[in-house]
Write a protein that binds this ligand. Sequence first.
Ligand code: NAI
Length: 218
Amino acid sequence: MDNRGISQAVIRRLPRYYRYLGELLENGVERISSNDLSKRMKVTASQIRQDLNNFGGFGQQGYGYNVKYLYTEIGKILGLEEDHKIIIIGAGNLGQALANYAAFEKRGFILTGIFDVNPRLEGVAIRGVPIRMMDELKSFVQKNDVEIAVLTIPKEKAIEVANMLVENGVRAIWNFAHTDLNLPDNIIVENVHLSESLMQLSYNISRYNEDQRKKGKN
Ligand code: NAI
């Protein structure tokens, strides 16, 4: 299926559909109407229909959606059917927390290597994967056909390390360092900023508090 015409906004919503459908599946739900899904996900039913129509719908009038089928198809669209080898660069607080998160494997992201510059970390294993030193990185990436690198190093080092990774065949970077990487267009970069999510939360708290104050005045 060709998904290239689909907006990034729709693509960004798919993981959430995937998560909800996965839960339904675990609870033995075989089919669901867009209205029921809408209530659970707190998204309008028309948004759901519109989003899923981008991929040919998968729904049937009067029947709703076949949960297993929809879950599988969205998984395919998200590329979760294939395994992806990932490495983590920077085994500090965040890098180790991510390395410890076993659920990535469930989605096909196979933690293959962890790298750092701190000699005290050398050989320490996280879920059976030993932390290696950076001088091994080049040959490791080349030999193991690593597709994705997670960057959890200080931002001052991120650009240099990202360039080196890309030169040696890494095709995608999950970038936690707070800096823009400016890599070639064919390299996929996903920047993650937890603080942006927290600011969103802060905004919503402020709005809620303001509403409460206004209500108090009335
Ligand atoms: P940390 O100081 O605990 O870990 C950083 C690790 O990187 C250390 O083990 C250090 O030895 C290693 N390192 C330093 N230079 C390196 C290099 N050139 N190559 C390989 N490893 C190197 O820091 P923490 O808390 O784990 O944060 C890591 C990075 O992630 C920082 O840049 C931080 O700002 C960022 N961060 C981003 C978040 C986000 O939401 N995007 C959230 C939390 C942290």
